[in-house]
Write a protein that binds this ligand. Structure first.
Ligand SMILES: [Zn+2]
Length: 58
């Protein structure tokens, strides 16, 4: 099982996105929200509590 590089949630096979940086680092992203946040911040925090909480509510 692959985990989201941004929020650390598990990504089901066939879902999510694989993002590759200019440095050829690969990040698995579970959602557009994680993708946007990661691109905006330009880094990958291990875990953000507000993201995990918000996604549970959806
Ligand atoms: Zn995520």
């Amino acid at each position: 099982m692959v985990k989201c590089s941004y929020c650390n949630r598990e990504i089901k096979p066939g879902t999510g996105k694989l993002y590759v940086t200019k440095e050829a680092k690969k990040y698995n992203l579970c959602s557009n929200k994680c993708e946007k946040n990661m691109l905006k911040l330009g880094r990958v925090p291990r875990r953000l509590k507000w993201i995990t909480k918000k996604q549970k509510d959806e």
